[in-house]
Each structure stands twice: as structure tokens, then as C-alpha cells.
Design a binder for this molecule. Structure first.
Ligand SMILES: [Zn+2]
Ligand SMILES: [Zn+2]
Length: 408
């Protein structure tokens, strides 16, 4: 099968830019708890763009890859192709527990007391009637974090598409414990394909606590837009969005304005291009005016830009909460006493998705209209054949694309 790969970097060597579309052996199920999935569509994430550009931060991560070269890609949707014995039993149980099959179907699929007697029938039924995605952060299941509901913070996390083969290929293998199953009519594949990314925004909104609160979303890329959309349907009061164009490039401002237009349609009340001093001041004034001088209850930092951190401290109210998803490079200065402690501010780092509460809540929100809204507003700007991946990565690089999907 064709797979989009990157060689594992060697620490002191140059890591060539770009990716390689390679003929790779189709993966086979090795363990009884594994599921083999036929990928129907996968999304290009900012991290993938970092891999494409051989960024230093991802180089460090990918140096720990367990294979070489690695098939990248970690946002995807597909359908079940094969399953190991215990995985298939779990799938059978899932169908029964979720009341997704009738008594007659139960018999015809050979599901009896947790045993599967007609494997081929069940596999065919699953492949025809269900779509799947997966949590691609594989965690150890045993550490303190894993057993206390913080799998997203497991120190032994291995990510498929970074450390192990991922989803930019015809097939991908995941353990059943990480599989997320949808009835075919629940959500379209174009949405399932990037729920990993929507889940990051969901997790940020969950931790930020937006219900009835005034919210600032800092950053207006894919994650900023998704956080805006999720915060809106999660009951935020006023939503302020900031983005930063390149003030010297007219085209960049035009693109920023286009993103602001989309942000407004997704639920933003005010948008500011903070690369302009005057607009940044307007942002600060508007917050003051709308919150009657109190400040923002909840800041969602999605940009990974230290300038945005300064804005965050500027607008947040005493006792407010900041949830940080964006990844800044390097360091910055923070006055802990005056910026955080005396003001009683809570700062929360966001990594991955809460397993599986982010998935559950996001699924509910998507099904209640958010999925349709995203698709109707053209959030998925590109759908390309895997072979044309360069076009997709270049469109992202140039800032022309919002979400790019690749079809193997
Ligand atoms: Zn990602
Ligand atoms: Zn763990």
C-alpha cells in the first residue's frame, strides 16, 4: 500500500525537509486486541506540517520512533477491516451495550454471552454499518495518571503517526481500547476524519470552563476557530477572538480577515488583528467595555505565541482561568507574584484529549448541529488524493487552507 512517510531523524544529522510517498507492506494484526482499519480520510494537522518542515521540536519527538520510516498522520476516519479475537468480542459487546443491534441481528451475528460465533458476519456488519476513528495517543494503562483518569498526561504515551505507523495510508492498526465507534448515520466521514483536532479544542474548552463566561480565544488558525465554535455551542457569553497577520503583507491581512469572518459565523462576537497596535488597543478597550471593567473569565490560548500570553494576562480577570493549548518555542518571563498569585489566576496546560470525555462531549455537540455548521461554512477547504499531499501541505503552509483532508 502507499504510505506517506518520514525517516526517523538522527540527533546530530540534518533531517531532510518534505515527506516520502512509499510503497509499504500492508500492516497485519499481531495481537488479539488489535483492529485493522481501512482509512477513508485523514486530516493534516499542524504537527504534520511541522514534520513536513522538519521542525526541531518534532525532530526530538520523532527521534524516539519505534520504526523507520514512520507512516505519519494521526487524525483519521475509516471503517473496520479486520479484528483480533478479543477485539472482535469487545466490538460485539459494544453493539449490545449501546443497543445498536436488534435481537434478530444478535443471533445472525452469532453473539452469545460475550462470545462471537460468526466472526465473518460480525466483521461484515461492522464494516458496512459503522465508521471509526481512534485516540492515537497510546498510553501505558498502569501509571498513576492512567489509573486516575488522566490518560492524556501519561508519561509513557506513544503517538501513532509520530512514534508508530499512523493514518496517511490505506490501513492503520489500533488497539480496541483506543477505538471510537460511530453508527454510519451519526456523523459524516469528513468530520470524523479530524475529530482528533476538534478534540484538542474540546479539551481546552472543557478545562477553561466557558458556560456563561466571557471568553477570549487567542489565535485564529484551525484550533482558534474550532475553540470558538465549541465555546459558542458550550454556552459561552461574549467571545473575543484575536489573530495576528503579518502587517507587512497585504495578502496576509486579507487572509486574516477571511478567518475572522469565519470565526464570527462560528460564534465570535469580536475579532481583532493584534499585529496592529491600534487593533490591539481596541481589543483591550472592548473587553473593558463589555465586561464592565471586570475582565475575561476564561482565556483559551490557541496560538502558541508569547505575545498572546501578554495579552492573556492583560485581559484576564482576577480569579480567571487560562487554558493553554498553543505551543510556544523558547522561553518568556513571567512575574509569578503579580501576574498569577496575587490575582488568583489558574493556568492549565492542555495536552491531547481527555479519554474519552472529550470524545463523548464533542460527539454530542457535533451531532447537535456543530458538524453541519462546520461543513456548511466550508471548514474543510481541501480534499485531496493522498498522492497529491504536497498540494495540501503547501496550501496549509501558505495559510490558504483551513482543514485539509487526504484520501488514500
Ligand atoms: Zn494533531
Ligand atoms: Zn500511563
Amino acid at each position: 500500500m502507499l504510505a506517506l512517510t518520514k525517516p526517523r531523524p538522527k540527533p546530530s544529522h540534518i533531517w531532510d525537509k518534505g515527506l516520502n510517498l512509499k510503497e509499504k507492506k500492508e500492516p497485519q494484526i499481531q495481537k488479539p486486541d488489535e483492529v485493522k482499519i481501512e482509512v477513508l480520510a485523514s486530516g493534516i494537522c499542524g504537527t504534520d506540517l511541522g514534520i513536513y518542515n522538519s521542525k526541531e521540536s518534532v525532530k526530538k519527538e520523532m527521534a524516539h520512533a519505534q520504526i523507520d520510516p514512520v507512516t505519519i498522520g494521526h487524525e483519521f476516519g475509516g471503517k473496520i477491516n479486520q479484528a483480533g479475537d478479543s477485539a472482535l468480542e469487545d466490538l460485539g459487546r459494544m453493539l449490545i451495550e449501546k443497543h445498536w443491534i436488534t435481537e434478530t441481528e444478535k443471533r445472525s451475528l452469532g453473539l452469545n454471552n460475550g462470545k462471537v460465533t460468526k466472526k465473518a458476519n460480525l466483521l461484515k456488519f461492522l464494516s458496512q454499518n459503522f465508521l471509526v476513528s481512534a485516540e492515537m495517543h497510546l498510553t501505558c494503562q498502569h501509571c498513576r495518571q492512567c489509573i486516575t483518569g488522566q490518560k492524556h498526561a501519561c508519561p509513557y504515551t506513544r503517538i501513532k503517526g509520530i512514534h508508530q505507523d499512523g493514518a496517511f495510508a490505506k490501513y492503520v492498526i489500533v488497539p480496541i481500547s483506543n477505538l471510537v465507534l460511530f453508527r454510519k448515520d451519526e456523523l459524516p466521514i469528513e468530520i470524523i476524519a479530524f475529530m482528533d483536532a476538534i478534540g484538542n479544542a474540546m479539551h481546552t474548552v472543557q478545562e477553561g470552563g466557558v458556560l456563561g463566561n466571557n471568553v477570549a480565544v487567542l489565535g485564529c488558525g484551525v484550533q482558534g476557530l474550532l475553540a470558538t465554535a465549541v465555546a459558542r455551542v458550550s454556552g459561552a457569553s461574549k467571545i473575543f477572538v484575536t489573530g495576528a497577520s503579518n502587517p507587512l503583507v497585504r495578502e496576509s491581512q486579507k487572509r486574516m480577515n477571511k478567518k475572522f469572518l469565519l470565526a464570527r459565523k462560528l460564534g465570535a462576537d469580536f475579532c481583532f488583528d493584534v499585529s496592529f497596535k491600534s487593533d490591539r488597543l481596541k481589543f483591550l478597550e472592548q473587553v473593558k467595555k463589555e465586561t464592565k471593567g471586570v475582565g475575561i473569565d476564561c482565556v483559551l490560548e490557541m496560538s502558541g505565541n508569547y505575545q498572546a500570553y501578554h495579552d492573556a494576562f492583560e485581559v484576564i480577570r482576577n480569579g480567571g482561568k487560562m487554558a493553554l493549548l498553543g505551543l510556544p518555542a523558547g522561553e518568556t518571563k513571567i512575574d509569578f507574584s503579580n501576574q498569577i498569585i496575587f490575582r488568583g489566576i489558574t493556568i492549565q496546560g492542555i495536552i491531547g484529549r481527555k479519554v474519552f470525555s472529550s470524545w463523548e462531549t464533542m460527539t454530542a455537540l457535533l451531532k447537535s448541529g456543530l458538524a453541519k455548521k462546520l461543513l456548511d461554512l466550508g471548514f474543510v477547504t481541501h480534499q485531496l488524493d493522498l498522492k497529491n499531499y504536497v498540494k495540501g501541505f503547501k496550501a496549509m503552509q501558505a495559510g490558504e487552507a483551513i482543514k485539509v483532508l487526504l484520501r488514500p
